[in-house]
Design a protein around this ligand. Sequence first.
Ligand SMILES: *[C@@H]1O[C@H](CO)[C@@H](O)[C@H](O)[C@H]1NC(C)=O
Length: 384
Amino acid sequence: MALCEVLNSFLFEYDTPRIVLIRSRKVGLVNRGCSSAFSWVFLWEKGYQETDSVVSSVTTKVKGVTLTNTSTLGARIWDVADYVIPPQGENTVFVMTNVILTLNQSQGHCPELPDDQTVCKVKSDCVPGYVSTHSSGIQTGECVPYNSSINTCQVLAWCPVEDDSHIPKPAFLREAENFTLLVKNNIWYRKFNFSKRNILPTINSTYLKNCIYDAQTDPFCPIFRLGKIVEAAGQDFQEMAVEGGVMALQINWDCNLDRAASHCVPKYSFRRLDNKDSAHTVSPGYNFRFAKYYRNRDGSESRTLIKAYGIRFDIIVFGKAGKFDVIPTMINIGSGLALFGVATVLCDIVVLYCMKKKYYYREKKYKYVEDHELGVGETYGTNS
Ligand SMILES: *[C@@H]1O[C@H](CO)[C@@H](O)[C@H](O)[C@H]1NC(C)=O
């Protein structure tokens, strides 16, 4: 009866006269707790509804043009085909905001970037065939001038090698803040055969041409200014544009299909997915490299190496729809009733078997009916 003792000490450490009150209050509390839990589950969590989770498809389109003017490139226009990489993706779109271009690379011999492994004074500092994960190429064993003051080991590589030690700041394509992203999202709730898209039936084409999403004034406009997405997540666009990052554009389609379909509308929210931790700034942001290849007149191959920094927008669609259905209603009422039953039984067990005054309660709970012993030979009624 160790369990009973524990229960006893927790619940009923009281003197005899008070126990009656306490007992009824405790039992009452448990019962009330059960019933309110049940009604909460049933009404708040819509226990009377069948639910389904969303199936969705997303397509995106970015718009915007910007002009840059640098000494190496001259005046240059950047349009969608230049800065959206790859041109189309699945639930995600990458917009290049900063770039390190290395023009006219070709295969050959050139000095490696200087760092503590590659700086050399004499030929014997360099090991032919040496290559590390940070190398631009394979060392030839020569020590050659990198610039007027430093010598580095020579490598066989795409030359000249990329120098990415200085990231352009402010970002090269800082105008990307004013680019727009159109998100088209179709959703489907299979169980209810309900489908809808985020360009609502109330939106006409003139509105769609001119609107920009705003949580207050235009909450259903599917066109987002990139700067606003980042701002809404509490980040600074120009800061994020320098080294890149990952943003989530969340579309929530929680719908109560017991109401009219026009009440089922998307809710947009934004957050930054790559944690920007100001105390720990090792390897921040998001970047990758790719190249464009050319064949020269003389048949030799050259390429432009592009190290692209930018913001990846992941479009995350989630949602749950509910609609009245008899079966979950019955199941939930059933389990609710069972909960009541279990509560009563548990309370009774504690009171009748564990408490010090259990005999007293047993007596009170069950009214014992005294049997009138039937005498031998006595019968009920009369024989006929
Ligand atoms: C974006 O557009 C606004 C309004 O047209 C302009 O004031 C702002 O300078 C632009 N942003 C950048 C980075 O040029």
